[in-house]
Design a protein around this ligand. Structure first.
Ligand code: APR
Length: 238
């Protein structure tokens, strides 16, 4: 039983909506990525086997975009919460951009991988990656050429660090979901994991698919809702 004055254990889940106001496209909103390209072609192992160049091009373009964007007030507020929260804290992002890291978040899991890493299909080593992945990329670990892929979790693949994620959900007393449509599992199922034990809050531009599962839903842009919510938490617990 947690004593009443202990800071509750917090788990935050973010999706593409938190990076929208930094200038990065979401997936399912108007003009989103999945209206430009087919998931089957660029976000599945089969798509990569069929046409690896097309997949390299898709992620290379998104990686190049990172140089043009910066963390917004929502990313920065979550990094401040991470820095000052006296209790357990984990930020789980579905995003593959590096804006949470650049904002200063440390207790962070990129469950769908990261544009800043590439993985060798031969030795499975994951390496930090700047610039383009190509059909001629060499693995920094084993030296093999032509078998590098983006370290992105595609549909049909296992998300990363699930053990750490479910351990945090098991202790969670406050679950905050920000900027995600609730379409993709397992992330869309996290709220059901903690329901009844944790206070659950959704901060989103519009209600997500799972909005009815939350104790509280606040609608609006992340750069307004997140700093306000974090300030309220820190005023009480810092
Ligand atoms: N502030 C807050 N929320 C926003 C904002 C904003 N400025 N702009 C958009 N949103 C919300 C939308 O209302 C939507 O609910 O962000 C959500 C974005 O939903 P998606 O585009 O589906 O992105 P996401 O939920 O992160 O997708 C999950 O699907 O394709 C896969 O791997 C991909 O990680 C991705 C996963």
């Amino acid at each position: 039983m947690v004593s009443t004055d202990a800071a509750p254990a917090i788990v935050v889940l973010t999706g593409a909506g938190i990076s929208k106001e930094s200038g990065l496209a979401t997936f399912r909103c108007e003009g989103g990525a999945w209206q430009q390209v087919r998931i089957e072609d660029v976000a599945t192992p089969e798509g990569f086997s069929r046409n690896p160049q097309r997949v390299h091009d898709f992620y290379n373009a998104r990686r190049a975009q990172l140089a043009e964007v910066t963390p917004n007030a929502a990313h920065l507020a979550l990094a401040e919460l991470d820095r000052h929260w006296p209790g357990d804290f984990l930020l789980i992002t579905q995003n593959v951009d590096d804006l949470h890291e650049r904002a200063g978040s440390r207790r962070l899991v990129n469950m769908h991988g990261s544009l800043r890493r590439a993985r060798c299909l031969g030795c499975e080593a994951v390496s930090p990656w700047e610039g383009n992945t190509t059909l001629d990329s060499r693995c920094p670990a084993c030296g093999e050429v032509g078998i590098m892929r983006p370290d992105i979790v595609w549909f049909g693949e296992m998300p990363q660090q699930l053990e750490r994620i479910y351990a945090a959900l098991g202790q969670c007393e406050l679950f905050l979901s920000i900027g995600t449509s609730g379409h993709v599992y397992p992330a869309a199922g996290f709220v059901a994991e903690v329901q009844g034990r944790a206070r659950t809050v959704e901060l989103n531009l519009e209600p997500s698919k799972g909005a009815s599962l939350f104790d509280e839903v606040r609608q609006g842009p992340a750069t307004e809702l997140v700093p306000e919510f974090v300030a309220g938490l820190l005023a009480r617990w810092r």
